[in-house]
Design a binder for this molecule. Sequence first.
Ligand code: FES
Length: 204
Amino acid sequence: MGDNQEKNVDNSRRTWLIATSVVGGVGGVATLVPFVSSMEPSERAKAGGAPVEADISGLKPGDKMTVSWRGLPVWIVRRTPDEMASLSADTSQLADPDSKHPFNYPMPSYCENPYRARVEHKDLLVVIGICTHLGCIPSGPFEADIVPALGNFPGFFCPCHGSTYDMSGRVFKNKPAPKNLDVPRYMYLSDTHLVIGKDEKGEA
Ligand code: FES
């Protein structure tokens, strides 16, 4: 794939690939040095985990795209109104509804809300898509009443041992996974671009 980054956009009903070139090195964007290659993710960026920029202009309600950051799949999900409504409907079945016990990355303070998202685009979920049980990649998002293990909640399902997460990546009670999906630091560069691994305080 070279330095081009392929982003996988899918939802529970349809899957397609958008092969697009993402200018991943934020440093390259900021400095605008005169070498085109410097505007693409460098080997150092890939290995060291430099921030990665994502173009979300094509992301429609119900869509999910995956961006690689530090070798981890980071999901960006544009939630539907129904999925948003599900987040505050009933939190009694969640193990850690307020995300007080993060997994590997501290919860960014600006995401300490039921949406686990920045308020300027609270419909957009940004989480690390790795199950906190043994590291499988969950499937989804699924609408309500499609996956029996999720019942009438929309969310994500880990096929390895059955853990389920709501549409904010919060794990349900009595599942093998002990923690919610991690939220990385991120910030918006515009309404159509965000950067993962960096916020107003600097790089993660
Ligand atoms: S790895 Fe996901 S439930 Fe075990």
